[in-house]
Write a protein that binds this ligand. Structure first.
Ligand SMILES: Cc1ncc(COP(=O)(O)O)c(C=O)c1O
Length: 424
């Protein structure tokens, strides 16, 4: 998509053996079968270095911040290093990076702060494609007399209805909240265009990048969004949330905070003690991604360049996997496919695919696969409005097959073989 930073065409295919040997969880088996992790949109597995970094923090640096002794100073350094790692990941300044428990908690904190400056008659725009964590925090503001509108999707391929979206951005729209990619069906939205439309109307743009982050590189400066949130447990790290905010917005808004918290950035946004061991793990996760880049592209100089190189190899590998997966699924009788299936639009999707199979509920499918060591989610995955729009909300939702770069063509084939046998 135009909003993504340009990634070089990789000169080397993903070294999948090198990748997989770094992830201890991938070595597990279930009922004698190697475990297959197709649950990435719910949370990815972590490389050993993330496990080690968390353990190492707890054994050698565990303390609160700002103290006059060594473990506290080491903790301050961990937090500073984690912020620098995320600044490279987002392409922003370090004081524009806010840490928190998860994306949902950070988004609620932001919505509360934004709510303080809204007045009756103001409007917010959300979409029908989004996870509820990018809907409810905004809908809660209706108690302040604000109106929340919802942009529709094209149900035939689960792309955003951009005509509807642009028509619903009006003079009194204060914020447009949209996902970069849809966790339920994998659609990548044209966030660049949406930020542009929001700004043209004088509204702020909030991007939920939770599902996009493991699959595509980000450049918040180029995107020009006001806020962007993601969660490191979706990109090979620990359970943490990270919010990017434009400095002027973070300074201007008034977050609810303790008196003990300074007015400096990022302090005024970070309430309470952070998950320090998680931040140590986050640094390791970013370093893992950068090392994928360095391994495949030794010319990558800075950590940012190495991250961009990593995404180029991730994307090439994931594309091969989801082409195999989608063509295999479409050939199975009784499969209903939700989302983009036209190869001409494959650059508008992540490797996250949702289906139903005639005669089997999504829970039955997930249970059947789970017993054979294939982990896939069923349900609505909190994309409630989309499940309703697609008419599957009251019948178990969909089966979601969510690939990550550590998956293999053999694993995809194993899933297809199981589904073919079931569909007979
Ligand atoms: C697209 C999307 N947005 C938001 C969230 C919520 O993230 P968190 O669990 O960090 O609150 C999720 C979690 O699955 C998600 O997939």
């Amino acid at each position: 998509m135009s909003s993504s930073p340009k990634v070089a065409v990789p000169s080397r295919k993903l070294d999948i053996a090198w990748v997989r040997q770094q992830f201890p969880a991938l070595q597990q088996s279930v009922n004698g079968q190697p475990a297959v992790f197709f649950d990435a949109p719910g949370g990815t597995q972590v490389p050993q270095r993330v496990v080690d970094a968390i353990a190492n923090y707890l054994s050698t640096r565990n303390a609160n911040t700002g103290g006059a002794f060594v473990t506290s100073r080491r903790t301050d350094q961990v937090i500073a290093d984690a912020r620098a790692a995320m600044a490279d990941f987002f392409n922003c300044a370090t004081d524009e990076v806010i840490f928190g428990a998860n994306m949902t908690t950070l988004t609620f904190a932001l919505s509360r702060a934004i709510g303080r400056e809204l007045k009756s008659g103001d409007e917010l725009l959300v979409t029908c494609l989004d996870h509820d964590a990018n809907v409810s925090p905004w809908v809660c503001l209706e108690e302040r007399g604000v109106k929340v509108r919802t942009a529709d999707v094209n149900p035939s391929d689960c792309t955003l209805d951009m005509f509807d979206l642009s028509a619903k951005i009006r003079r009194n729209t204060r914020l447009v909240a949209v996902g970069w990619a849809a966790n339920a069906v994998g659609t990548i939205n044209d966030v660049s265009e949406i930020v542009h439309l929001a700004h043209a109307a004088g509204a702020m743009a909030f991007i939920d990048a939770v599902h996009y982050a493991p699959h595509g590189p980000m450049d918040v400066r180029a995107l020009d969004c006001d806020f962007l949130a993601c969660s490191s447990y979706k990109f090979f790290g620990p359970h943490l949330g990270i919010l990017y905010g434009k400095r002027e917005q973070l300074q201007r808004l008034r977050p609810y905070k303790l008196r003990a918290c300074t007015e400096q950035l990022p302090d005024r946004w970070e309430t309470g003690t952070q998950n320090h061991e998680g931040l140590a793990g986050l640094i390791a996760a970013i370093e893992y991604i950068a090392d994928v880049g360095r391994h495949h592209d030794p010319s990558a100089g800075t950590r940012r360049e190495a991250i961009l190189s990593a995404y180029a190899v991730f994307q090439q590998h994931e594309r091969e996997l989801f082409e195999q997966l989608i063509s295999g699924l479409l050939a199975i009788r009784g499969v209903t496919f939700f989302g983009i299936k036209d190869p001409a639009k494959f650059d508008q999707r992540t490797p996250t695919v949702a289906i139903r199979v005639e005669g089997h509920s999504p829970r039955e499918l997930a249970t059947h696969l789970g017993e054979r060591g294939i982990f896939a989610w069923d349900g609505n995955y909190y994309a409630i409005d989309l499940a309703e729009r697609l008419g599957v909300q009251t019948s178990g939702g969909m089966l979601r097959i969510g690939l990550a770069h550590y998956n293999t063509p053999e694993e995809v084939e194993r899933l297809l073989t199981e589904l073919r046998a079931l569909a007979k």
